[in-house]
Design a protein around this ligand. Structure first.
Ligand code: F6P
Length: 359
């Protein structure tokens, strides 16, 4: 009989509860193992007493499968190798996490995270000889070697829904609506929601834009009798001079945010159109997980436990060609997945007349 733990790490997203549910069910009913849920990501393993709860199947009999967020809690700050202290120093607390793994007498740890979390967890595993299996989750869908990460589909759904809501009001007021979406350095959410939500312009960091090209598109729509336009912009798109637009958050971190306002102002300047901006923000991370995120989460959870049973560690489950596969975590981290400017979805968008600001 084995004892395993699972933690959610980095920014939350919809579908995480489905993953933890699948891990628990597979480990208990499939193998008769014990499962612990670590609270607040690696912070739970830094806490003393260790902040973890035994997970039982009964924990999931309610609506957790259907709920967004992570009932375990998570954190996207407090890197244990570079941990901020109250007096402003940075200290290495990695050995405390390794000690917690030993104190819980774990045989393996499942880390559900994006590239940043995978990197930290892998370093911990290598340093302490921990048996680690990874599960990809990120609304940004930027992890390498997996076609999907948990949370992405829900985020695309929320952004598409936003365009559905913006179109009637744009048409009623003859406005250009600019929707700023998340995605960190990748334009996947903008591209997919823009196509699904009928955008006229999609701006992503992978394709350099010029505002005069965007303006020409809006003028052409007008010439054809259209009185509104929908523009989706990914948060990492820069100003025309290449400056990223960021915001300092409480707690000191600096995130992307605000490019939508810049683009809206520039469109208004050049075209004379009335513009409005919606910054979708964390709405994209919440909400009920879509069927795809529940499905991916469940498939990943089951297969991650099976990897432990096989003794195949330092691997992350991935989705490829309609199958769950396992890839070395190092490859997932190294193989960053940006939008391919020559890929099928960009071609699709161009094929339906969507402008990327580059023609
Ligand atoms: O990586 C997920 C993500 O939601 C990004 O798309 C976004 O830039 C960032 O996290 C926001 O982080 P925070 O939750 O710290 O504001």
């Amino acid at each position: 009989m084995k004892r395993i733990a699972v933690l959610t790490s980095g920014g939350d997203c919809a579908g995480l509860n489905a993953v933890v549910r699948a891990v628990t069910q597979r480990a208990i009913t499939g193998y008769g193992w014990e499962v612990f849920g670590v609270r607040q990501g690696t912070a739970g393993l830094l806490a003393r007493p260790i902040d973890a709860e035994p997970l039982h199947i009964s924990r999931f009999e309610g609506d957790l499968l259907r709920r967004g967020g992570t009932f375990l809690g998570t954190t996207n700050s407090g890197n244990p190798f570079d941990y901020p202290t109250n007096d402003g120093r940075r200290v290495d607390r990695s050995e405390e996490i390794i000690a917690a793994y030993r104190e819980l007498e774990l045989d393996a740890l499942i880390g559900i995270g994006g590239d940043g979390s995978m990197d930290i967890l892998r370093r911990l595993a290598q340093q302490g000889g921990l048996n680690l299996v990874g599960i990809p989750k990120t609304i940004d869908n930027d992890l390498g070697h997996t076609e999907l990460s948990v949370g992405y589909d829900t985020a695309v759904g929320v952004a598409t829904d936003a365009l559905d809501h913006l179109q009637p009001t744009a048409a009623s007021h003859s406005r250009v609506m600019v929707l700023e979406v998340m995605g960190r350095d990748a334009g996947h959410i903008a591209l997919s929601s823009g196509i699904a939500g009928g955008a006229d312009v999609i701006l992503i960091p992978e394709i350099e834009y010029r505002i005069d090209s965007v303006s020409r598109k809006i003028a052409a729509l007008r010439d054809h009798g259209r009185n509104f336009a929908l523009v989706v912009v990914a948060e990492a798109v820069t100003t025309e001079s290449g400056e990223p637009v960021t915001q300092r958050q409480s707690g000191g971190s600096v995130n992307y945010g605000g490019i939508g306002h810049y683009i809206a102002e520039r469109i208004a300047d050049v075209t004379g159109a009335e513009t409005r901006v919606t910054v979708l923000g964390h709405v994209q991370r919440g909400g009920a997980p879509t069927p795809t995120d529940r499905l991916m989460g469940t498939a990943f959870g089951v297969h991650a436990v099976d990897l432990i049973a096989e003794g195949k560690f330092d691997h992350m489950v991935a989705w490829s060609n309609r199958q769950v596969t396992a890839i070395p975590i190092a490859d997932a981290i190294a193989g960053y997945n940006a939008v391919d400017p020559n890929g099928s979805l960009v071609t699709t968008a161009r094929g339906v007349g969507i402008c990327f600001g580059d023609d």
